[in-house]
Design a protein around this ligand. Sequence first.
Ligand code: NDP
Length: 254
Amino acid sequence: QSQSDMNKVALITGASSGIGEATAVELASRGCAVVITGRNVDNLNKTAAACYEKGLKKSQVLIVQADLTIQADIERIIEKTIEQFKTLDILVNNAGIMVTGGLRNSSLEDFDTLYNTNVKPMYYITKLAEPYLTKNKGSIVNIGSISGMMPMSFVMLYAMTKASIDMFTRCIAQELAPNVRVNSVNPGVTVTDLHLRSGMGAEAYDKYLDMQQHLNPIPRAGKPEEIAKTVAFLVSDDASYITGALLPVDGGRI
Ligand code: NDP
């Protein structure tokens, strides 16, 4: 399979920034038509423009503005996808938020916010996409985190959602085999807006990024493009015997 002949339809959640944006552009560069979703339309338009630069036609990019915490929005994403492309081959469940806090400094509200954004929509959109993916022998990648694989008490609730994603991956990899391959890509600290959006101050974030050179055998934070290329590999035919895997992309941290 050459770089540009994937010729598939890929749906990427959280494609308006960071890892999701990089993944949409990477899959576009390999010839996939892309469905890009998120709440921020200006950002989605920027992702679309980057996909056109990789050679996609207007008709190969579908923008669906959607809030994944709203059930009807998830249903609309799948409806619009099938209306436009008639089919779906690849689902990248990337959208997510981080809320910092351990047991003592988190709340039930934080719990609901995290699970209602990171876990429940992933379950529901995958459920709706599954018949199309099964029909096409498609592939799913869920974006977890290394915080779901090792205890990081300062982000306890977030880490719990990410561990939950890993088990979702492993269970549905079993259930949907051999037709649909399902894997998790679990990034280490990656340079995106995630941490700043979580309320971490700019100074603390800079320090946290700086710490990565001491924590990671590859002494730096990751780049969204590095996560995107891993996702692109896992959804390609080059990964035809890989399913149920939880792959850290973390510079060797865990
Ligand atoms: P960003 O904040 O840049 O991207 C998050 C994406 O999720 C945005 O596109 C955002 O879109 C979307 N999103 C968030 N909430 C909703 C919602 N309610 N409805 C629809 N879309 C939503 O961060 P990253 O790129 O870093 O995050 C992507 C994934 O990577 C997340 O799952 C994160 O947990 C994971 N990850 C990131 C790491 C890092 O260090 N950056 C490390 C490990 C994992 P919009 O705002 O337009 O709605």
